[in-house]
Design a protein around this ligand. Structure first.
Ligand code: BTN
Length: 238
């Protein structure tokens, strides 16, 4: 089945493309929109963090109707498509996924995503890609990088177009095959990780993800399902 193309709405400046996408949810049923801005004045990250808007980087939000019970597919398709898009520019780029939906390049974060639920069955997938610059600050939880710093020359608009093709294809892929592809591209599978949550942290072996894209962590012989958190890699050679 061929699914409808996204309509792209371009803005010079927004507080947050996610916030604007949420405002569009429910207006124009069935429409699939991309909201993109050159600059965000209040970009939002996961778990209440902010997302810096550095010039030349890509900020966009996908707005689409998607059943909540298939959220796992949406999460996997969104992140995998970024990894594949980067490889379109450099086939041998060292790109890895980091649960739940970060993308790493040379072991540093090049892309982050914030998924939010709108009204009815509308979902917003907000994506920030460090195309030209990476935010350098002591507060960073994880090393960061841009495509440019990794020697990959890309234009934000061209990257977005390539991404939308990949995303549309991946969203139509069988969920089990998609999960296989996601697992083949993730960092640290079968290795020791720590998941930090609001007020606790759990260390165990990263055993995979389930069909909802929840993390499976093996601790003391049992496999725990983790819904949210930040992953840190424990072993030096990871
Ligand atoms: C994270 O890694 O914490 C998620 C970052 C998500 C940032 C993007 S930029 C476009 C969209 N609009 C936002 O306000 N946030 C997302």
């Amino acid at each position: 089945m061929k699914i409808a193309a996204f309509e792209i709405l371009r803005f010079d400046e927004l507080e947050s493309t996610n916030t604007t996408a949420l405002e569009y949810a429910g207006k124009g049923a069935g429409k699939k929109l991309v909201i993109t801005a050159q600059k965000q004045t209040a970009g939002r990250g996961r778990r209440g963090r902010s997302w810096q808007s550095l010039a030349g980087n890509l900020f966009f939000s996908l707005l689409l109707e998607y059943p909540l019970k298939q959220l796992g597919t949406l999460i996997m398709a969104s992140a995998l498509s970024i990894a594949e898009t980067i490889k379109e520019y450099q086939a041998d780029a060292d790109v890895k996924l980091k649960w739940p939906n970060d993308v790493l390049l040379n072991n540093a974060k090049v892309c982050g995503m914030l998924l939010e639920k709108g009204c009815d069955e509308y979902m917003v997938v907000g994506i920030g890609v460090n195309i030209k610059q990476s935010p350098q600050s002591e507060e960073m939880l994880y090393p960061v990088i841009s495509l440019r710093e990794a020697g990959i020359t890309a234009d934000a608009e061209d990257f977005l177009q390539k991404y939308l093709h990949r995303f549309t294809d991946n969203l139509q892929t069988d969920a089990a095959i998609l999960r296989q592809k996601w697992l083949q591209n993730v960092k640290g599978l079968g290795q020791k990780i720590t998941v930090k949550q609001e007020d606790n942290e759990i260390t165990g072996i990263f055993a995979g993800i389930d069909e909802n894209a929840d993390l499976l962590l093996q601790t003391n012989g049992e496999v725990r399902r983790i819904l949210a958190g930040d992953v840190f890699y424990v072993e030096k050679n990871q």
